[in-house]
Design a protein around this ligand. Structure first.
Ligand code: ACO
Ligand code: HSE
Length: 392
């Protein structure tokens, strides 16, 4: 393994939440495509026990990154590295010293998904010389990566870090899909698995939302078939994709109670021309979510991870769902958000019922819909310490 940036996990000075990148070489994908020179970005928190028994893998969702919680860089690290480590993470409060996933006890690893744009190999990564002698980004040539491919890449990283088995693999949404795939692909390497706001197979409706998002990006004139890196990026299409997605991430009740029919401040919603009118608050809110995402994410990566999520089917090539899951022997936490209209609680029921043994489906109570898995961290932390992280 080659490590670029930060120091290695075996360092004597504990560093938390510092980005690193590991080269894992060529990866043969489910499609048969051989992806050369794969790099996986990751961050760690805590210290790996000498017997490797305390490793926890946290899997991020669609547009997430490796920074799950605040960390700390080594003394003397460059200012930018120290600031990045100290910034808040996307599961802040769930992971950290004394938190449910206690980094004084557990060695926490969070990877960036293959195909993403936060350090792992993805469409914006320069293609290797054998693919492009000029070193231009993969762009339209980037292959389809399945959830299973992502897990194989992470297994190579685990090998390199000296982690034979995870004490826990946990993820929400697309992170939950990866956690589940880990438990089935590598049953001997997962002691406990937490699948939050996720399902066993992307449903027809989830595929439908995925298609709409894909077309939003592809129809932006700046997209240019995916090879746009020498010009302006397709931010309009990416923003539209995020709007479509974000509506599915929140509940109708929440949107109603937060925004109702109110106009955005100082904007006039009844005007002579519909095109010239001001915005309702909810429109302004979606505009904000769209521009935030377009400012931080690569459109090709969005398409890549969207396709990856659409590929999610833990039973593909493994018989029935029950047959596919029968190879697992780990402890489970299966939890749904009660107001989730994207990953329906019923889909978590289906997963729990198909798992071997008597697995209960737990509930996170939230007005926020699917994004409740990111917001309801105290509830999720309590569930974790009562189930898969309880003292034996
Ligand atoms: C698992 C993962 O890896 S995810 C990785 C990170 N993912 C993300 O960041 C996803 C995007 N983020 C989110 O969806 C949310 O921030 C969550 C889920 C993390 C938290 O949700 P909430 O706290 O409920 O935030 P919410 O969705 O309401 O958004 C608040 C934002 O909307 C803005 N906003 C609220 N009302 C309006 C309005 N009428 N007009 C414009 N903007 C508005 C707020 O100012 C705030 O802006 P900011 O985020 O720039 O500070
Ligand atoms: N807000 C999350 C939701 C996806 O499940 C993300 O962007 O990753």
């Amino acid at each position: 393994m080659t490590v670029v940036g930060g120091t290695d996990a075996g360092t004597t000075v504990r560093e938390d939440g510092v980005p690193r990148v590991a080269g894992i070489g060529e990866l043969e994908l489910e499609s048969g495509f051989r992806l050369p020179g794969v790099r996986i970005a990751y961050e760690t928190w805590g210290t790996l026990a000498p017997d490797g028994s305390n490793a926890v893998l946290v899997e991020h969702a669609l547009t997430g990154d490796t920074h799950v919680a605040t960390g700390r860089a080594r003394p003397g690290a460059p200012e930018a590295e120290r600031r990045a480590a100290q910034s808040g993470g996307w599961w802040e409060g769930l992971v950290g010293p004394g938190a449910a996933i206690d980094t004084d006890r557990w060695f926490v690893v969070c990877t960036n998904i293959l195909g993403g744009c936060y350090g792992s190999t993805g469409p914006a990564t320069p293609a290797p010389p054998e693919v492009d002698p000029q070193g231009r980004p993969w762009g339209s040539r980037f292959p389809l990566v399945t959830v299973r491919d992502c897990v194989h890449a992470e297994a190579a990283l685990a090998d390199a870090l000296g982690i034979d088995a995870w004490r826990l693999v946990i993820g929400g949404s697309m992170g939950g899909a990866r956690a589940l795939e880990w438990a089935v692909t590598y049953p001997d390497r997962v002691r406990a698995c937490a699948v939050v706001a996720a399902c066993a197979q992307s449903s027809a409706e989830q595929l439908a939302w995925g298609q709409a998002q894909k077309l939003a990006i592809r129809q932006d004139p700046h997209f240019r078939g995916g090879d746009y890196y020498d010009g302006p990026p397709p931010v309009t299409g990416l923003g539209l994709a995020r709007r479509i997605a974000h509506i599915t991430y929140r509940s109708a009740d929440e949107l109603h109670h937060r925004f109702g029919r109110s106009p955005q401040a100082d904007e006039q919603v009844i005007d002579t021309h519909a095109d010239g009118r001001g915005r309702y608050q909810v429109e302004s809110y979606l505009d904000h979510q769209a521009s935030k995402l377009a400012g931080r994410f690569d459109a090709n990566s969005y398409l890549a991870v969207n396709e990856t999520l659409m590929s999610h089917d833990v039973a593909r090539g493994r018989g029935t769902l029950e047959e596919a899951l029968s190879v697992t022997s780990c402890e489970w936490l299966v939890a749904a958000v009660d107001s989730d209209r994207l990953y329906l609680p019923h889909e978590s029921d289906v997963l729990a019922a198909a798992l071997p043994g008597d697995v209960r489906r737990h509930t996170l109570t939230s007005p926020s819909g699917h994004d409740g898995f990111l917001i309801e961290t105290p509830q999720l932390g309590k569930l974790l310490v009562e189930t898969v992280l309880r003292e034996h």
